[in-house]
Write a new protein. Structure first.
Length: 162
């Protein structure tokens, strides 16, 4: 997956500690009002759900526009049952994957959002898996020579009044 432009907005927050003054590594998105970066980010999010070529083919096969196909079959919609919750969880998963891949240089397979049984059905199991080889040849020579991360995340959407 190509590095999205918004990655440059991710900044590490400093001075965050938890109980017993244990430092915690936190990040925030220090975004700018830049339409081209926001458009690139939206395309990046969409590509986590469906590849460009598959999208066009599936929309054509169903005699739909790309936009209608995405709305009806691919992207969770906030007005649908579980849609807002699933979309919030998906975005969280994409952000964590992007942080690991593009900031920390882990390899992050991205198949979970593309292979679900329905657009508002979250797949069960580990949400993000990432790995990094310690050798430059990227040849697996044992767990002691690699780093592995498995994440099960929890997220929720917030409803703003007004």
């Amino acid at each position: 997956m190509e590095k999205p432009q918004y990655i440059d907005w991710i900044v590490e927050e400093t001075g965050i500690v938890i109980k017993d003054d244990i430092p915690l590594k936190c990040y925030k998105i220090d975004y700018k009002d830049d339409e081209s970066i926001l458009d690139d980010w939206a395309l990046h999010i969409r590509r986590n759900y469906i590849e460009d070529t598959e999208l066009k083919e599936d929309a054509d096969d169903n005699a739909m526009t790309v936009e209608q196909y995405l709305h009806d079959y691919v992207i969770p919609q906030k007005g649908e049952e579980l849609g807002a919750t699933v979309r919030s969880a998906d975005i969280t998963e994409i952000l964590i994957s992007d942080l690991l891949e593009f900031v920390h240089q882990y390899s992050v397979p991205r198949y979970k959002l593309k292979n679900r049984s329905g657009k508002n059905n979250s797949q069960q199991g580990t949400d993000v898996i990432a790995y990094k080889y310690k050798n430059e040849d990227k040849i697996f020579i044992g767990y002691q020579h690699s780093k592995w991360i498995a994440i099960s995340k929890s997220s929720r959407f917030s409803k703003l009044d007004g």
